[in-house]
Ligand binder design. Structure first.
Ligand code: PMP
Length: 448
């Protein structure tokens, strides 16, 4: 066998070669079709092979693909920044373009720290996050993340940022029940701030709906209102990590809209260019930019490819596509249909403990005993079994790894927002067959 050169995620694993994609399907070079019920990594929200995006890509390439942001600006980048601000709650955002979700959260972190520096409050340079979270793989983003598996190797090199409990009602980390709990999980932020001192904290970062680190975990009513009140009281900026939830995925343009709370900064990625090109952004509200505009007048960050006109043109075309095909509404409607179908499925299959999510960011969590929500032993690899078996059948779903607060096995189901009801029916029947088979496989397993 010829030696390999490409470093893939697992080096002794076989990865099929995809030849092309169309709509919700990908096709490999053996002719096998895959129903992309994960939109890749919850990214390809408008489906594969959309001609409008390809046309926009070509049109921009025929003008210019690259200009260096320290020398020039470009029409697509200017338009995109304005468009995102027009779409965002409050309509008063500046955009800093980057290339990945990790860079977006890390940029938001740096801007928040710089905001306080410009005001002469040099001690406000730490960020609080939640134990059940993922904000990215670069060192700053990983420092803010609770994703145990992804942190493990680099723990000594990471900033030891504080974390608070997540709003994870299915397995409340505080062993309480909503609404009697009075949102004690939000109060944990208040306690952490008091312990560390607000004078040392720049921001609190949270995913509106927890994605990869928990699986479409939706906080209870009132949670973010309380979080925002705590942040404001202590003069701490609130960063919404909308990398997974942003740009129509949840049936709203931004995840935070469901909770009627305006963050001070937002991180965007994934759905922003729907996978057609790398593109991400930190959105920064006017009041956060103000001291920077009055002060050093420059944000100390940036990448060679920041505000790349080629990617900006693609992202603009994706936003137009979402508008033209009414995909915010589609996410809501198709999401309700898929959620109902998954809940029906859960009634039939004991192993499914919880089905949750908003719009087309949905998840199911698996339990070995539904009555007491007992998790499967991690060594059994139930999530991997489901993912792999589904893959063999030609169905793509996304793993969620809690790893903290007793979180168990879960998968995310997040197909492109363009999916039809017939395709959802196919998805559900393939997933049902998969989960039934895995349940059979693990029943009787000796986990003593
Ligand atoms: N934040 C969230 C909420 C994410 O889901 C992800 C990616 N899974 C990231 C940040 C990091 O994005 P990227 O992989 O593009 O760096």
């Amino acid at each position: 066998m010829e030696r390999e050169h490409l470093i893939k995620p697992v080096l002794d694993h076989y990865y099929p070669t995809i030849e092309y994609g169309k709509g919700v399907f990908l096709y490999d070079d053996q002719g096998k079709a895959y129903l992309d019920a994960s939109s890749g990594a919850v990214t390809v929200s408008i489906g594969h092979g959309a001609q409008e995006i390809i046309d926009a890509m070509l049109e921009q390439a025929n003008k210019v693909s690259f200009v260096y942001r320290s020398q020039f600006t470009s029409e697509p980048a200017e338009k995109l920044a304005k468009k995102l601000s027009d779409l965002a709650p409050g309509h008063d955002y500046w955009a800093f373009f980057v290339n990945s979700g990790s860079e977006a959260t890390e940029t938001a972190m740096k801007v928040a720290i710089q905001h306080w520096q410009e005001k002469g409050r040099l001690g406000k340079n730490r960020v609080i996050s939640r134990r059940m979270s993922y904000h990215g793989i670069t060192m700053g983003a990983l420092s803010m993340s609770g994703h145990v598996l992804r942190r493990r190797r680099f723990i000594p090199l990471l900033e030891d940022f504080p974390v608070v409990v997540p709003p994870y009602c299915y397995r409340c980390p505080l062993n309480k029940t909503y609404p009697e709990c009075k949102l004690a999980c939000a109060d944990d932020l208040d306690t952490a701030i008091k312990r560390i001192g607000a004078e040392h904290i720049a921001a609190f970062i949270a995913e509106p709906i927890i994605g990869a680190a928990g699986g479409a975990v939706v906080p209870p009513e009132g949670y973010y209102k309380k979080i925002k009140e705590i942040c404001e009281r202590h003069e701490i900026l609130f960063i919404a990590d909308e990398v997974m939830t942003g740009i129509a995925r949840t049936g709203a343009m931004f995840g935070m809209e469901h909770f009627d709370v305006e963050p001070d900064l937002m991180a965007l990625g994934k759905g922003m260019s729907a996978g057609y090109t790398p593109m991400a952004a930190a959105l920064v509200k006017d009041h956060v930019m103000e001291p920077i505009l009055q002060g050093s007048k420059s944000i100390m960050s940036g990448h060679t490819y920041s505000a790349n006109p080629q990617s900006a043109a693609v992202s603009l075309a994706v936003l137009d596509y979402i508008d033209k095909h009414q995909l915010v509404l589609a996410a809501e409607e198709k999401g309700s249909y898929l959620l109902a179908r998954l809940r029906q499925m859960a009634e039939q299959i004991e192993m499914i403990g919880d089905v949750r999510g908003i719009g087309l960011l949905l998840a199911m969590e698996f339990v070995s005993d539904r009555s007491n929500k007992l998790t499967f032993p991690p060594g059994l690899g139930v999530t991997s079994r489901v993912i792999e078996r589904a893959f063999q059948k030609g169905l793509l779903v996304y793993p969620a790894a809690g790893g903290v607060d007793g979180a168990g096995d879960a998968i995310i189901v997040a197909p492109p927002l363009t999916i039809t009801e017939e395709e959802i029916d196919l998805l559900v029947s393939m997933l049902e067959e998969t989960v039934r088979e895995v349940m059979q496989e693990v029943t009787g397993y000796e986990w003593g």
